[in-house]
Design a protein around this ligand. Structure first.
Ligand SMILES: Cc1cc2nc3c(=O)[nH]c(=O)nc-3n(C[C@H](O)[C@H](O)[C@H](O)COP(=O)(O)OP(=O)(O)OC[C@H]3O[C@@H](n4cnc5c(N)ncnc54)[C@H](O)[C@@H]3O)c2cc1C
Ligand code: FES
Length: 257
């Protein structure tokens, strides 16, 4: 898919809970992109911060969208943008989730802001009329920023660590139940690395293939700065931007010891 550099305009800044904003934007041409792929984005704010920031696509097409969690200078400035403000978008970058064959149920597992690429995937599956299961976990209800959007698309299992919404605990409990129900499944996950490791080990123990979308600090997003390396369980280096961000979970985390 051809990479584009688009000067876009913010069409909407949706408050998605404390510290979260969904930014929607439009350029002169539609933004191509598939679930799992990401964009490097930057507002029109002068020199600081200089580098663009990486975000998974929540949607592509005539109107693109990203979900931003405010964790630092760049993300804070992004959450403050208003309709009409400029946003430079480079993408789509990286690879996408591979859909399992018909007859295999996609099981989507999201942790926190890792919901972004999986929300895009859920929309795609819903539009194609495919059934799927979605497990969405976070620390607290306020971090389940896209739960209403997702509940409209299919069965949603919400989990919070503090018990403020849905089941109390971690995503691994509902995932285990789904893997145990006998339906052939393929797992797609995005979230913190310890969660992805646990999800990979559970899926592989149930003979389900598993894809994980990783994050790493990124300066360029293009494969040149070599700043986004992750070390797999066998010591091999992988670049998240150019080899991923979607990887076979077994390649990164291996099987449970
Ligand atoms: C492929 C990819 C997809 C991503 N998708 C999303 C998304 O959909 N929504 C979203 O909110 N964020 C996403 N991120 C993370 C986002 O890029 C970082 O949160 C952002 O770059 C932080 O910029 P900042 O200037 O606000 O923070 P900084 O001031 O640069 O750093 C603030 C804190 O965030 C940490 N941090 C910086 N970059 C990252 C990173 N890449 N991953 C994890 N922690 C980081 C720093 O270590 C520091 O603790 C994604 C990252 C990658 C690589
Ligand atoms: S972010 Fe520069 S090489 Fe990956």
């Amino acid at each position: 898919m051809k990479m584009q550099f688009l000067h876009t305009i913010i069409t909407e800044n949706r408050h998605e809970g404390p510290g979260y904003a969904q930014l929607r934007f439009r350029g002169d041409t539609p933004l191509a992109g598939l679930p799992g792929q990401f964009v490097m984005i930057r507002g029109d704010w002068g020199f600081h911060p200089t580098l663009p920031r990486a975000f998974s696509l929540v949607r592509a097409g005539a109107e693109g969208a990203v979900l931003v969690r405010d964790v630092g200078e760049g993300t804070h400035r992004l959450t403050q943008l208003q309709p009409g403000d400029a946003l430079d978008v480079l993408g789509p970058l990286g690879n996408a989730f591979a859909l399992p064959p018909k007859g295999v149920r996609p099981v989507l597992v999201a942790g926190g802001v890792g919901v972004a690429p999986l929300a895009f995937l859920a929309q795609q599956l819903h539009a194609a009329g495919r059934s799927f299961a979605f497990v969405y976990g976070a620390r607290a209800a306020a971090d389940l920023s896209l739960k209403d959007e997702l509940a409209a698309l299919g069965p949603l299992h919400c989990v919070t660590e503090d018990g403020s919404y849905g089941e109390t605990g971690l995503v691994t409990a509902p995932l285990q139940r789904l893997l145990d129900d006998g339906t052939p499944s393929a797992v797609m996950a995005c979230g913190p690395h310890p969660m992805l490791r646990a999800v990979t080990h559970l899926a592989l123990a149930a003979n389900a293939p598993v894809q994980v979308a990783l994050e790493a600090p990124m300066a360029c997003g293009l494969g040149t700065c070599k700043g986004c390396v992750v070390t797999a369980h066998d010591g091999v280096f992988h670049y998240v931007c150019s080899d991923g961000p979607v990887f076979d979970g077994e390649v990164i985390f291996g099987r449970a010891p």
